[in-house]
Design a protein around this ligand. Sequence first.
Ligand SMILES: NC(=O)c1ccc[n+]([C@@H]2O[C@H](COP(=O)([O-])OP(=O)(O)OC[C@H]3O[C@@H](n4cnc5c(N)ncnc54)[C@H](O)[C@@H]3O)[C@@H](O)[C@H]2O)c1
Length: 416
Amino acid sequence: MSKKRLGIGFIGGGFISRFHIRSLIGVRDVDVIGVLSRTKKSAEETASLSREIGVGDAKVFESIMEMVADPDIDALWICSPNFTRLEVMEEIVAAIESGRGGLVGVTCEKPLGRNVAEARKMLQLVQKVELLDGYLENQVFAPAVTRGKEIIWARGASISGRPYLARAAEEHSGPHRLWFWDGELQGGGVLNDMMCHSVEEARFMLTPPGADRSVLTPVSVQAYANCLKWQREKYAKILSENSGGKTDYLKRPAEDFARSLIEYRTDDGETLVVETTTSWSFVGAGLRLSMELLGPEYSLSINTLDTGLKVFFSRNVVGSAGEDLVEKQNAETGLMPVISNEEDEYGYTAENRHMVQSFLAGKRPEENFSDGVNVTELLMTAYMSVEEGRTISFPPPDLENFIPAVARGEWNPRKS
Ligand SMILES: NC(=O)c1ccc[n+]([C@@H]2O[C@H](COP(=O)([O-])OP(=O)(O)OC[C@H]3O[C@@H](n4cnc5c(N)ncnc54)[C@H](O)[C@@H]3O)[C@@H](O)[C@H]2O)c1
């Protein structure tokens, strides 16, 4: 690509687009040119955030065709809900094939698809029109993760041997939008929504620096899921009331707790283990991301709620509820951890820097749709394990056609 700056457009004007836009303050050579969303209001709000913070004179677009045709837009960031993945990608491909414009690349938020067939189709479509592809898994770019990996491998693994166990957990008290709670629209429950992070972050940590992800081969997946909190009558009622009766967790719940154990074999024949746990039923200060990496003579640990900055508000400070201290904040008083720059800490800044610089250099990003496909394959195998109550050898037959029972509206742990 001969341009020195990348013009980008956002598809989706919601929560995550705004996170990305705020992170761009720390990214060079990029301008937000526009936002397309389902509602004009969300597109306008997100575009105006970009203008206000000075990361691009963004305007509102009416269609993907119009975005692709705009010569100032070089790449699109797909940040609309999971159930729109294929329609969005198909429109991008149709716009390019119509010859009205071109792009250098696209990035797509996690998960790449709601199931293996969708994720593989996303990869196929992006390759059909020869676009560079970036999979937006922010956690493999989080500074604690990348710096931790660098140190552990340079000092510990080089002297005493590679790490053998990675543990990762993602927990909060439940998603911010109704569509996430719907198994069909989202693709599953918390396993699909949040274990995608843990699985990829753990695989990244166990892979030697600079090595291809293929040096680790998944051997088996064992998983468990349940609906611990949101199927209780009191909480199911809250979901029902918030959705005008549409979200019925008594009849059609999605899992709010899941764990998995993935066994890998390395290219030199060793066994490595990834242990993940994930929940929408964790009530603490807010979102908690934790990770441990264990090897023969060392360990690493990260907990995003162990912040350097803490504030205390006495019971006499009674203000409005907010998310100004930490994502998915649950309280406003007492001793509260504060993440002073969430965009940096969770990895969005480094992620977008990598995507922008890769596209400008005409290179495929290191985290790309093939990784998104691999993650989806592991998550779907985890759902199979939950449903069959046994460890599943990887890859299981018929993974391509597998749709989890929760995504078909047929999962209910209280009935089985
Ligand atoms: N990396 C992370 O940690 C992280 C965090 C949150 C969300 N996400 C992912 O980002 C995506 C969006 O999540 P969100 O929290 O921003 O959701 P959201 O509901 O807050 O925002 C989605 C936006 O997309 C718009 N939209 C809906 N259909 C559309 C369509 N067909 N075309 C264009 N716009 C459309 C909606 O109007 C809304 O503005 C999801 O895939 C989610 O999994 C990732």
